[in-house]
Design a protein around this ligand. Structure first.
Ligand SMILES: NC(=O)C1=CN([C@@H]2O[C@H](COP(=O)(O)OP(=O)(O)OC[C@H]3O[C@@H](n4cnc5c(N)ncnc54)[C@H](O)[C@@H]3O)[C@@H](O)[C@H]2O)C=CC1
Ligand SMILES: NCC(=O)COP(=O)(O)O
Length: 342
């Protein structure tokens, strides 16, 4: 199956993200490369004027055409970037986020989720948000991952995965200060995240019997308790519970020897106990090819693994690889889910 197969012709929605970041120019560049890259049909949930201004500023010959509904995207996609309008109250300045834009940034997410839940789009590809700017405007969630889960329904546990051809990683705790992340770890939390991960590897990635590696918390996975008790008290019981439930899980494994090529050949995904334990190796191994995908949602959601890149926004030099990989993965996941649903 090619990435251009959206599994039923449903378009993907690409959200605005931070208006001062690189998201707009990446969306424009992805559309410009749609044929060479065999990309599936997508549309932007964005401000058409903002996109036209960016196209003019970076010299991108990308026509932008407003659509009234996602069902119109396919007819427009061949000649222009289809845009379902979400208008900003003020023009955006590349590199300078403005909390006054937060309402529109969040509206784009809300509309995308509603369309996905209604089965009118194949999935949501989110451009990066500037988290602190949203916090300053009163946004009460750590990031997309938690917000999208809340919009999808009550009691949904979202799981963050960074996936690239080199590696798939899942942080058990996500956007938590390190000192709090370790305190939050419990066997049941680890089992919950690992179970959702295994199920998603089967459903969305076609891996029949996923092999999970669980990193230890402490140096040398605690050195048998001499370098910290969490590995024995928390991670090892979680691995035992997963094994008893029929999930192929190993650990706690020393994190410092989990990421070289031979180690990576031994698992399909690695679960780290805190954000940087697994996002540093993932982004180091393949920054530009990595995709941030939320597992455990009733909708498909992917995103580039990078952030808003304010330092280069508006210059037309941001690389599109990660957004393109996110579009492709969303398309493949959408097709896999439609096939599974019959
Ligand atoms: N999914 C999301 O919404 C994400 C949002 N963020 C947010 O982005 C903001 C900035 O985060 P940073 O840690 O500075 O990371 P960043 O990924 O925005 O930037 C780190 C470095 O990588 C470069 N870079 C990033 N994307 C690039 C691209 N496409 N092409 C070429 N170079 C690129 C930047 O220029 C910068 O030098 C923060 O508010 C963070 O929370 C970060 C990651 C994901
Ligand atoms: N470090 C990854 C990241 O910040 C992505 O967060 P999210 O906005 O996708 O939840």
């Amino acid at each position: 199956m090619s990435a251009s197969d959206t599994g039923g012709g449903l378009p993907l929605a690409i959200t605005m993200g931070e208006p001062a970041g690189v998201g707009g120019e990446l969306t424009l560049a992805a559309w410009a490369g749609r044929e060479a890259l065999s990309l599936p049909v997508f549309f932007a949930l964005d401000d058409p004027e903002r996109l036209r201004m960016i196209a003019g500023a970076i010299g991108a010959a990308v026509p932008v055409e407003e659509i009234a509904r996602p069902e119109d995207a396919a007819a427009v996609f061949g000649r222009a970037l289809p845009v379902l309008p979400v208008r900003l109250p003020y023009p955006a300045t590349p590199g300078s986020p403005n909390p006054a834009h937060a309402t529109a940034v969040v509206e784009a997410l809300d509309r995308a989720v509603a369309l996905a839940l209604a089965g009118r789009i194949g999935g949501v590809v989110t451009n990066p948000i500037q988290k602190k700017t949203l916090y300053d405007a009163g946004f009460p969630y750590p990031g997309h991952t938690e917000y999208l889960a809340a919009r999808c329904g009550i009691g949904i546990k979202p799981v963050m995965m960074i996936a690239s051809p080199a590696i798939k990683v899942v942080p058990v705790t996500i956007h938590e200060p390190l000192i709090r992340a370790v305190a939050m770890l419990t066997p049941s939390l680890i089992v919950e995240i690992a179970t959702i991960t295994a199920e998603a590897l089967r459903r969305d990635f076609g891996i029949a019997r996923p092999r999970l590696a669980l990193a230890g918390v402490n140096p040398h996975a605690g050195e048998d308790g001499a370098l910290g008790l969490e590995d024995k008290a928390v991670v090892a019981p979680a691995v035992a519970m997963l094994t008893a439930a029929g999930i192929d899980a190993r650990g706690p494994l020393p994190a410092d020897t989990l990421f070289h090529a031979e180690a990576r050949a031994g698992y399909d995904a690695v679960l780290g106990m805190y954000h940087d334990q697994v996002l540093i190796p993932a982004k180091t191994l393949d920054f530009h090819g990595g995709v941030n995908v939320t597992l455990g949602l009733p909708i498909v959601r992917t995103s580039p693994d990078h952030g808003t890149a304010l330092d280069i926004a508006g210059r037309g030099i941001a690389r599109i690889d990660s957004l393109v990989a996110a579009i492709r993965l969303a398309s493949l996941m959408s097709a896999a889910r439609r096939r599974a649903a019959g």
